[in-house]
Design a protein around this ligand. Structure first.
Ligand SMILES: [Zn+2]
Length: 513
């Protein structure tokens, strides 16, 4: 409950007593007392009642605190106060700089976005870091170095092969450079075009460099379909051989052949964890994925009718695959491959091949949503203590997970279905991702931690985004603080942009020149 004296003196000097709302504007030097909230402290401990004082960017007191003379207060009775949510898998590297308010994220209670997932990252990462330092967002950010991004630089267009020893050395240098610039680790996307040609040894070599610098390995594994188990074993081997903490991105069992096998999948991860492999995973709360058309055909024989037929069947047929974006023919958006085949009086296989050809001619690929996961597998994954919540969406996402993930877990999986307790769900959104990133002073409500905070209504919090309207804002998130500044209040952004670029130590990276 101690409170640095200088803060109070400073606060008196600038003057207290501003009403909080409406028209509340908070100066950096003021403290605020949040009163009467039920605190979900991020550790998974039961909720408890208390007052929390925020000053400058930190939590400076918790307990039965009383307001200082003239100190602004927030009446939080009936609300839950949680640490700000950390989205460890956000596809916002391009969209956030154009939309610094990030309303679809802040309205969910997200206070930190981690970008550079699935092997694709800004490059050099330093340029992106500087961009976000020069133009801060409403939320904090952190960035991974992408394996495919690095691989493409070294191999150029000739990436459809294994790399040579000298090429691996060059890639090692680049990952080392990115780590020095502030990257959080190495990300890979081994189901995608460039990353898929990398052998395990290449990944181990690069992961070792990230490990040496204190980074982690975050991976979209080689297969989330029929070969999910082989891909999982490769991921564990990489973690074990490179001695690096592993984040398994968007854990799922995505085809008919592996559906319902969550228990087996979990057992393999549990056994690895018992051997000392530090592997955690994240999961989004939807039974449909979002990717490019080519991921559907694992043998890459995109125009081979037999391969395509097998692939479509593994997802339950073309009716499970909906186009969301296709620039050569925008009218396809919103339709399934089955619908398009019917309309064109051709088979689903022929329709798939037509989409591939039209896309290749225009040097693009259709973006699709595939509905092929089982709720029972999602439930089993979420009930593991090592599985956290992450969106795999982001600013401007075409999948409802971009705007709905966190409130959906709280509203549907906690309140309606009782899959998780509220404190445990909050832990999966806060201290667990912070632990994965090695951040000690975020993701937890404790005196001295950063004041990234969410005040939410546990009775009403819910996602509103849908496949038809993927950016509809969630409700029930009442207030959001980032580094002590109010960025979301009563359903609206405040306009504040206090977000830091955070490095491996969990604090703002220094602004470099
Ligand atoms: Zn991915």
């Amino acid at each position: 409950m101690k409170r640095p004296r200088f803060l109070f003196a400073l606060a008196l000097a600038v003057g207290f007593g501003l009403p909080l709302a409406p028209g509340y504007s908070q100066k950096k030097t003021e403290s605020v007392l949040i009163m009467g909230a039920l605190i979900a402290d991020g550790t998974g401990a039961p909720l408890y009642k208390g007052n929390v004082r925020v000053a400058l960017s930190h939590i400076v007191g918790i307990g039965e605190l009383q307001p200082e003379p003239g100190e602004p207060t927030i009446d939080a009775k009936g609300l839950v106060l949680a640490p700000g949510f950390i989205d460890i898998h956000s596809h916002s590297e391009e969209t956030l700089p154009k939309d610094l308010a990030a309303e679809t994220q802040v309205s969910q209670g997200i206070t930190t976005l981690i970008v550079g997932a699935d092997g694709d990252s800004p490059w050099p990462v330093l340029h992106w870091i500087r961009l976000m330092q020069d133009h801060p967002a409403a939320v904090n950010v952190g960035v991974f170095a992408g394996h495919a991004t690095i691989r493409e630089q070294v191999l150029g267009d000739d990436f459809k092969r294994a790399s040579t020893g000298p090429e691996i050395r060059q890639m090692e240098q680049r990952i080392s450079q990115a780590m020095n610039q502030g990257a959080l680790g190495l990300s890979s996307g081994l189901e995608y075009e460039v990353g898929s040609y990398a052998g395990t040894d290449e990944l181990v070599a690069l992961a070792k460099v990230a490990a040496r610098e204190g980074g982690i390995y975050m991976t979209h594994i080689r297969d989330e379909a029929d070969k999910s188990f082989e891909a999982l074993n490769e991921e564990i081997a990489i973690g074990e051989r490179a001695h690096i903490p592993v984040e398994h991105s968007h854990i799922k069992l995505g085809t008919v052949g592996v559906q319902g096998k969550a228990a087996e999948y979990i057992k393999i991860i549990e056994e690895a964890r018992k051997r000392g492999v530090d592997i955690l995973a994240d999961c989004y709360p939807y039974d449909a994925w979002h990717a490019n058309l080519k991921v559907v055909v694992p043998d890459k024989q995109y125009e081979n009718p037999k391969s395509v037929a097998t692939a479509l069947a593994s997802y339950g047929g073309g009716s499970h695959l909906t186009i969301t974006e296709f620039s050569p023919n925008p009218s396809y958006a919103g339709h399934t491959i089955a619908d398009l085949a019917k309309a064109n009086k051709i088979s689903e296989v022929e329709m798939y091949i037509r989409l591939i050809r039209e896309g290749d001619a225009a040097q693009t690929e259709a973006v699709i949503i595939g509905q092929s996961m089982l709720e029972s597998d999602i439930k089993a994954f979420y009930q593991q203590p090592w599985v956290m919540v992450a969106s795999d969406g982001g600013v401007g996402s075409e999948h409802p997970r971009g705007a709905g993930t966190f409130p959906r877990v709280l509203g549907v999986y906690v309140r309606e279905r009782h899959w998780l307790t509220l404190p445990e769900a909050v832990r999966k959104m806060t201290s667990l991702p912070a632990q994965r990133l090695g951040w000690k002073d975020r993701g937890i409500i404790r005196e001295g931690t950063f004041a990234d905070l969410v005040l939410l209504n546990p009775d009403t919090v819910i996602d509103r985004s849908t496949y038809a309207n993927p950016t509809a804002l969630a409700t029930g998130i009442e207030k959001v603080f980032v580094n002590g500044m109010l960025v979301w209040d009563a359903g609206k952004p405040t306009g504040a942009r206090p977000g830091f670029v955070i490095g491996r130590k969990g604090v703002a990276l220094e602004v470099s020149n």
